[in-house]
Ligand binder design. Structure first.
Ligand code: ADQ
Length: 489
């Protein structure tokens, strides 16, 4: 008779991120409906068998009453999620303010807000205070649920103050912090009024991770130049204590995309798309509608291509799918109208009674629709002005085994380090260069497409999200053991 295999004791992993991977909708005083949103991080951790993951974060809704909070906490527990409740004022100051209006643009080289200096300084201070307060609230929830031996993995620019709060609570806690955006040159970081406090707090972690070696290097030089600490090949040293700093490039769950292409609905959808765009080559852009993604630059480059290549005008179409985000921030509203205006102008200029060159959709597509679109695309255009990694480029490659389309990729996306050999790398600020690369991609020989695709497909298949998460967490465990050995020597 088969003996039942007993589940072995897995290490608990507390994943702390600003947002929980669920959207919560209130149905009544004490009832909630929850939907898991499958982002990259979620699928990465679903695949990780070694650890038992729990999520701690904000559910994205304001729940002022105790009855509602209790009911939501209970519903979330079934999904292994633990909520941090933030009120509207904190969300406004911490999330919309300090995170999205200050850190996000700064880390993407867009600088600090330029409005009225005095007003900015004042709001800057209150926003930073709210940022620290919010981080402390996350720390309180972590501490409440922490058990000895757990690994705590903090994510992203929202939670740079968290490692310090956690170590103050318990200096033995294993704390890792990973940044999903670029870390900018130290000359950019030093413009931030709270530059030192944030660096010191991040350094309280045992392991600090970035997508690329360059970002890690920028962080280490910020610590040496701004804090006067010593940078070593391992990380940053402060009075004998080492914070390990390293690169951990993220990946995707490539099999999930490859499998999706065998689903009958997806096959049907691909067939319809092919019929819809028969006789035309499909260029594709998929982005959150954000200034870092270089959407206006991409559309202007396409215009230049049409201008210079009259013979292609009725043989090519650009599908730009841009899901709106952070819609209450004025800059994002401005960007939406700017993109609409440029796309409208180009369609007026080059459209015919039967066809337009640009289809611009302000919406998100569901996973299967996205896969079908990736699979029928001839050329994908990723023109980020800066991007931590850019997973869209990975997802496109994963769906191109049959077609072997071409990836045009910004050299300012972290993905340029890993997919650079197979992609056509461009400087998105150089519209002429991007326009020329569209021509190069459309005219590329099948042999060369095959060769480039092979390289990228191999990379995307072998560097998965799951492997990324496992590597980070085991490195964190090792780092802590090494530190203990050093101390005991
Ligand atoms: P993002 O800036 O969100 O992530 P990206 O890495 O490209 O950028 O991931 C976007 C995700 O959203 C992809 O999975 C994509 O499929 C999906 N998506 C985007 N537009 C969509 C649309 N219109 N419809 C449906 N889905 C859409 C941040 C950093 C990145 C970093 C990731 C992960 O800015 O640089 O790669 O985190 O670390």
């Amino acid at each position: 008779e088969r003996q039942e295999v007993r589940p072995y004791n897995r290490q608990r992993l507390l994943v702390v991120a600003n947002r929980l991977p669920v959207s919560a909708v209130r149905r009544g005083e004490d009832s909630w409906s929850l939907e898991i949103s499958a982002g990259g991080l979620v699928s990465a951790l679903l695949g990780v068998k070694e650890f038992e993951a729990r999520w701690i974060g904000w559910a994205g809704v304001n729940v002022p009453d105790e009855v509602g909070q209790k009911a939501l906490t209970k519903a979330l527990a079934e999904k292994r999620c633990i909520p941090v409740f933030l009120d509207e004022e904190i969300v406004h100051q911490y999330y919309n303010g300090y995170c999205n209006n200050i850190l996000w643009p700064l880390f993407h080289y867009l600088g600090l807000p330029q409005e009225d200096r005095l007003a900015t300084t004042r709001s800057f201070q209150s926003q930073f205070a709210a940022y620290k307060k919010a981080n402390q609230m996350f720390a309180d929830v972590v501490s409440e649920h922490y058990e000895e031996g757990d690994v705590v993995w903090c994510h992203d620019y929202h939670l740079m103050f968290l490692p310090k709060c956690l170590k103050e609570y318990n200096s033995k806690m294993k704390v890792g912090w990973f940044l999903h955006t670029p870390f900018p040159s130290s000359e950019i970081h030093r413009t931030l009024p709270s530059r030192s406090e944030l660096l010191r707090s991040v350094l309280a972690a045992d392991l600090v991770g970035f997508h690329t070696y360059d970002y890690a290097r920028h962080f280490v030089s910020a610590c040496t130049r701004i804090l006067g600490l010593e940078g070593t090949p391992e990380g940053v040293e402060d009075q004998g204590r080492l914070t390990r700093v390293a690169a951990f490039p993220i990946g995707i769950d490539s099999e999930r995309f490859i499998r999706a292409l065998e689903v009958p609905d997806v096959i049907q959808n691909m067939k319809e798309l092919k019929e819809r765009f028969a006789g035309r080559k499909v260029l594709l852009g998929v982005d959150r509608l954000d200034m870092i993604k270089g959407i206006p630059q991409k559309i202007l480059a396409f215009e230049k291509f049409l201008e210079e290549n009259a013979s292609w005008r009725d043989k090519v179409v650009l599908l730009q799918i841009a899901v709106p985000t952070r819609t209450d921030v004025p800059e994002y509203q401005k960007l939406t109208s700017q993109v609409h205006e440029i796309a409208g102008r180009i369609n007026g200029r080059f459209g015919t009674l039967t066809a337009v060159p640009i289809h611009h959709l302000d919406r998100s597509l569901d996973f299967y629709a996205l896969c079908a679109l990736y699979a029928v695309t001839d050329v994908a255009l990723v023109t980020s002005l800066r991007d931590g990694m850019n997973l869209v480029s990975y997802e496109f490659v994963a769906c191109q085994e049959a077609k072997k389309g071409v990836l045009i990729l910004s050299e300012f996306a972290g993905a340029a380090q890993s997919l650079g050999a197979g992609a056509i790398l461009v400087n998105p600020w150089n519209i002429t260069e991007v326009a020329a690369s569209i021509g190069q991609a459309l005219n590329m020989s099948p042999d060369e497409r095959e060769k480039r695709h092979r390289h990228n497909f191999h990379h995307v298949k072998t560097h998965t999200a799951q492997e990324w998460a496992e590597t980070f967490v085991s490195e964190l465990n090792d780092t802590v053991i090494e530190a203990q050995l050093r101390i005991s020597k």
